[in-house]
Design a protein around this ligand. Structure first.
Ligand code: ADP
Ligand code: ASP
Ligand code: MG
Length: 410
């Protein structure tokens, strides 16, 4: 008998029919003798709808009140699933984050889980009940409702699995595993049998939204066996593992991630003196704006150009901070661009292969795609390109690194 935490995403609980289907599935596991904790998202589209309502009152809603409203989406689905289970003769009980006591810090809209009280859940499991928990939400030490950031139900699932020392955390979604890249963009993408935590962490942080990045961090830190599976199709899914495969077998690239969430800012003609990077980025970080990629050009005529990227939501704010800095330090001009995209290739296999970056640049050059910025780490290479070339770039790289699924008959 195993203890399994199962998380079902928004499309998997998107209608009454789907919730009934989830209940059938949970019942089967229960009948096989497993202890089950089920974590749910809100119905698909519901969180967006709630955010939109809030924004009709105020474009920048009060963060505490926003958590109060967006956390309601999950409260609906957990009650419906518990009812559907009870209807099937399966004892079940639903809990909000507050009721379990998923204690978080007080950073509204992006709270971090600090502690989980597993008391109630354990005694329900002991009594033979399936425990259904609202994903995405918690409570701070003063009793305020908090939420964990978009996609946060994944993190609730993994954190509960860690707290309960579950045998496995299963993330059920609308794809049958983690693919070499988003299958919606590249139909030839292939499901990965396994992917390492390290690679999954890069993929998630570079834009693959199949798992929320914090959930992967949690799973790696607490060694939670984690699997991504399709909610309604049978199959082995993708296992997120610690071990790297034998190097002989290792593909150079495991996956391609991309995101359209960033914007680029450039400050031109900056007098090139020591401390210039600090003068530019200090005020940006003081304004609580996170910077991702950074490039400083070699000085020419004693001035330099400096470019960095931020989240698109923070573009306007960053632009006005940078314009102030430009005046103060006597820079020539500030320019910005929101129509960019970042494409990254990821793989532990690239550690042992020279020339991965040049192969990437070559294949982008063949498509006449200009690279605006580059950054590398041990297991990834990222480039910033013009947004309109994003899909072309991802497809070209997918082919160049031999990730395309063999066509039928081959
Ligand atoms: P859920 O609502 O179940 O949490 P999400 O929409 O958050 O589902 O995540 C699943 C989606 O992630 C898929 O429909 C797919 O389009 C997208 N996705 C992006 N990158 C990948 C990838 N590498 N492998 C699988 N799916 C991916
Ligand atoms: N409902 C939340 C969202 O849409 C959390 C989740 O689905 O994981 O972001
Ligand atoms: Mg998700």
């Amino acid at each position: 008998m195993a203890l399994i935490v199962q998380k079902f995403g928004g499309t998997s609980v998107g209608s009454i029919e789907r919730i009934e289907q989830v209940a059938d599935k949970v019942r089967k596991f229960r009948e096989a003798g497993d202890d089950l904790v089920v974590v749910l998202s809100a119905m698909s589209g519901e969180t967006n709808r709630l955010i939109d309502l809030a924004k009709q009152i105020n474009d920048q809603p009060d963060p505490r009140e926003l958590d109060v409203i967006v956390s309601t989406g999950e409260q609906v689905t957990i009650a419906l699933l518990a009812m559907a289970l009870i209807k099937r003769g399966v004892p079940a009980v639903s809990y909000t984050g507050n009721q379990v006591r998923i204690l978080t810090d007080n950073s509204h809209n992006k709270a971090r889980i600090l502690q989980i009280d597993d008391h109630k859940i354990r005694s329900d499991l002991k009594a033979g009940r399936v425990v259904v928990v609202a994903g995405f939400q918690g409570v701070d030490e003063n009793g305020n409702i908090t939420t964990l950031g978009r996609g946060g139900s994944d993190t609730t699932g993994v954190a509960l699995a860690a707290a309960l020392k579950a045998d496995e955390c299963q993330i059920y979604t609308d794809v049958d595993g983690v693919y070499t890249t988003d299958p919606r963009v590249v139909p030839q993408a292939q499901r990965l049998e396994k992917i390492t935590f390290e690679e999954m962490l890069e993929m998630a942080s570079l834009g693959s939204k199949v798992l929320q990045i914090r959930s992967v961090e949690f799973a790696g830190k607490y060694n939670v066996p984690l699997r991504v599976l399709h909610s309604f199709k049978e199959g082995p899914g993708t296992l997120i593992t610690i071990d790297e495969e034998e190097s002989m077998e290792q593909p150079i690239i495991s996956g391609i991630a991309f995101n359209r969430d960033e914007a680029k800012l450039t400050i031109r003609g900056v007098p090139d003196t020591p401390g210039v990077a600090f003068k530019i980025l200090g005020p940006i970080s003081a304004a609580n704006i996170e910077v991702d990629m950074i490039v400083q050009n070699v000085a020419h005529d004693n001035t330099t150009d400096f470019t960095f990227t931020v989240h698109r939501n923070e573009y306007e704010k960053a632009l006005s901070v940078l314009e102030n800095t430009a005046k103060e330090i006597g820079a020539r001009e500030v320019i910005g661009d929101t129509k960019i995209a970042k494409v990254s290739i990821v793989g532990v296999g690239m550690r042992s292969h020279a020339g991965v970056a040049s192969r990437m640049f070559e294949s982008l050059a063949k498509e006449s795609i200009n690279i605006q910025m580059i950054s590398t780490s041990e297991i990834k290479v990222s480039v910033v390109i013009e947004e309109k070339y994003l899909e072309l770039a991802v497809r070209a790289l997918h082919t160049a690194f031999e990730l395309d699924a063999p066509r039928k008959g081959e």
